[in-house]
Design a protein around this ligand. Structure first.
Ligand SMILES: [Zn+2]
Length: 384
């Protein structure tokens, strides 16, 4: 088996973006074996959720024939909402159990015990049933109070979304991600230097050891204005990590910031709320028996829009990569380090089929090639 690390060094920065030029055939096969069943499971869950919605819709419509009066709408809303979530609980819990127990503890992760997995699955199922029951009563009650109920519900959803986006990391990173301000002098100066080269002002940097910080890109930037925070995985900031890798991860997040992706990232959820509000308006005064059909309409719309949202995300990630490649000092070294990060994070190495349609990132090989291509050319392109 050829070591991709040595082939990287041998071929230099100019090699292509094919998966085989960055990953061994064994690594590609392991990634496929891990991700293809996950995609199938996700599709199966989405299909089963839709089916449950349709079945409950049919049952609720028949039931409404005998209980069509105005009385008891609270109880009927509670029952329909709980039935929707309750019938979805078994297959969701099964997939959750299957996914957690086949996930070997990755580098830096705590081993997850089966008891905790089961408790989490049961707990989240109960929480979903309760919250759907309450939400159903709230929606039906609101629609009985005013015909403008979709606008009010949409407005509340938008307000929550915006408040969370603007100030979320400022208030939530501490307890969600056990994030602490970064105090290490040299590391701090390195990140400040990157921010300066990206044309950004002072950055509030936190080191986080929670789940959000450890998954995905190894870092995230969130919030707006003075509430903006850059949260970096504390494991990544440990002394063993090469500087080039920290640079690459941080530069990518700073690039999102510099390119205004946080603001633009709000567009899909805002559009989703607007679409949901428009679709809900078609229901007029909402009857408890109509809740499942509203749920089916919204879910089907979400599924149909998912590939568009993913394509938009891929374009933003591509642009952030291009700008980040212009900020790192040693592109090839950074790419070699990031290659290992991608393997450790079990990233899908060669997305195909559904995986490619729903991928929120460009293919890893293309990303590594972009990073390895180095500063000058990429910075020129990012500015163009
Ligand atoms: Zn990104």
């Amino acid at each position: 088996m050829t070591s991709p690390r040595s082939s990287t060094a041998r071929r230099g920065a100019g090699h292509g973006g094919e998966a085989a030029s960055w990953f061994s055939s064994g690594e590609l096969a392991a990634s496929r074996a891990y991700h293809v069943p996950l995609h199938r499971a996700a599709l199966a869950v989405a299909g089963a959720d839709l089916l449950v919605g349709l079945v409950v819709a049919a049952a609720a419509a028949r039931w409404a024939g005998g209980h069509g009066g105005d009385d008891g709408w609270v109880v009927r809303s509670l029952l329909v909402g709980a039935a929707l979530a309750g019938l979805r609980a078994p297959h969701r819990a099964a997939v959750e159990w299957w996914r957690e127990t086949r996930h070997e503890p990755a580098h830096g992760d705590d081993a997850v015990g089966r008891g905790l997995v089961a408790a989490t699955a049961v707990g989240s199922a109960l929480a979903r049933v309760a919250s759907w029951a309450v939400l159903s009563v709230a929606l039906v009650g609101l629609s009985r109070w005013t015909p403008a109920w979709p606008l009010i519900a949409g407005g509340v959803a938008l307000a929550g979304l915006l408040a969370g986006s603007v100030a979320g990391p400022r208030f939530a990173a501490g307890w969600l991600d056990r994030a602490r301000p970064l105090t290490d002098g040299a590391l701090r100066r390195r990140i400040d230097g990157l921010a300066e080269r990206a044309g950004l002002g002072p950055v509030a940097v936190l080191a986080g050891s929670g789940r959000l910080a450890r998954t995905g890109e190894g870092a995230y930037v969130g919030g707006f204005g003075r509430a903006r925070r850059l949260v970096v995985d504390a494991g990544l900031l440990a002394p063993g990590t090469p500087d080039d890798v920290v640079d690459a991860v941080v530069a990518h997040e700073l690039a999102h910031w510099r390119l205004g992706h946080l603001r633009r990232g709000l567009a899909p959820p805002v559009l989703a709320v607007v679409v949901a509000t428009a679709l809900a308006s078609a229901f007029g005064r909402l009857e408890p028996a109509e809740l499942p059909m509203l749920d089916v309409v919204l879910r089907a719309t979400g599924l149909a829009l998912a590939p568009l949202v993913a394509a938009r995300s891929r374009r933003a990630e591509h642009d952030a990569d291009a700008l980040a490649a212009g900020l790192v000092v040693d592109g090839p070294a950074a790419a070699t380090g990031v290659r290992q990060l991608l393997l450790d994070a079990r990233t899908e190495l060669e997305p195909r089929g559904v995986g490619a349609w729903l991928a929120h990132y460009p293919p890893p090989a293309a990303r590594l090639s972009r990073l390895a291509a180095g500063p000058t050319a990429q910075l020129g392109r990012a500015r163009a």
